[in-house]
Each structure stands twice: as structure tokens, then as C-alpha cells.
Design a protein around this ligand. Sequence first.
Ligand SMILES: [Zn+2]
Ligand SMILES: [Zn+2]
Length: 242
Amino acid sequence: MTAFFKTFYSMLFPPLCVSCEKRVENEDVVLCISCIKSIMLHSSFFCPVCEARVPPGEKICHGDAGYILAAATSYEQKAVRNLIHALKYSETREGAMLIAHIIFEYLKRVLPLSLLDFSEYIAIPIPLYKRKERTRGYNQSFLIAEELKKIFEMHGMMFPEIHTDIITRNTNTLSQTECQNIKERKKNISGCFSVSPIKIVEKKNIVLIDDVHTTGATIGEAVRILKQHGAKRIIALVCAKT
Ligand SMILES: [Zn+2]
Ligand SMILES: [Zn+2]
């Protein structure tokens, strides 16, 4: 859309906060100021199994999970839920920028920027099933990764190279919300990813990027297959956990 039509369009349809539906000044921001301010950020990493807080640099209690969970905030919060929902289901791509800012603010709370070193990592956004990506027009995890990279670079910091071709999603699994319990979810997702080329993953540290961590079935499955192919340390970096 040209700048002229954009202005014209926003006069006819003033941009509204995706959470409380009050008017927002800047349509690229998606949430209004008071909704943004309402978001409470976490200040630690988590064990994905028992949700215990994990101080940076310390080993997690459930090492067999294979990864550490870095979740910026809680999905229980209305503004967070609506923000993620808008990005996933209402074609509100701009939501990715705000989500990336939320994740970056969170990382700053967990450890000082000078210690935030991803130089030995590669980044992998959790892929969608191809058909789903075509219908949606984008993979929200990839958009979040790209926005994070921009923010890191704005701060003169390294962000790991983003790889979208290493893991692919093979089967059209049921939506995770359609599965009743954790066992079903795990079964539903099992074997849904494949890795290639395998060489890239070997001995690499990996940041997996996704919007939400719910039961951990999806991320757990990605971790399982990446570890199988020789991945070292894995951090799941998400906007929210349930
Ligand atoms: Zn609002
Ligand atoms: Zn634990």
C-alpha cells in the first residue's frame, strides 16, 4: 500500500488495539500503550519439565529434556494471548515486531547484554506444515526470528544465522489444541520433523524460536531429532509459556 492509501485507509478504519480494541496511535505496534504496560515479563530461564527457574549458566534439574526454556512472559495474560493470536490467525504480521521486543526485554532481564552471547549458535524457527504456511502466508516463528535479528543488530550485537531449511515438518498433524491430553499431543507430534542437511546441526548450539510453549510436545520433538543429529546445547526461545 502506498503511503497515501495507508493514511486514507487508517482514517476510514482507525487501527485498534488487538487486545482491548481502543485506538492505537501507531498501527505498526498492534497493542495500545496500556496493554503493553500490562505485560509482566519473566526474569529467568525455566526447566521445561517441572518449570523450575534456572539461573543462567546453571544446569537444569531435568537434563533429559534436552533443552532449556527461555519464555519471555506468560500466556495467561490477556494482552499476550491476543497479541500472539493476532499474529497467528488474523494476518497481523506487525505483531512479530512487538513480540521480538518483548523477548529482547526479557533477555535483558535475565542477564546483562554483555553476557548475552549467541555467537556460537544457529537459530531455527519452528517450521509450520507447508500447507499451513501457504494458507497463512508466513511462518510466525520466522517473522519473530527476523525481527529479533534486527533488534540485536540495532544494539550492535550478533544474532545467530537463521536457518529455515534444516528441519521440515512432514505430516499434517492435528492442531495441538485438538488433542485432549499430553500423551495424545506427544503421539500426534512424534516423528513429524526431519532434519537435513544433517552436517549443519552437528556439534552446534541451537536457539529454537517459537511463539508459544504449551506442553512442550512440539519443541520437545524438534529437540529430540536435533539431538539425534548431534546438536549440542539447545535453548527454546519463545514469547510465552502456558
Ligand atoms: Zn489495548
Ligand atoms: Zn525440572
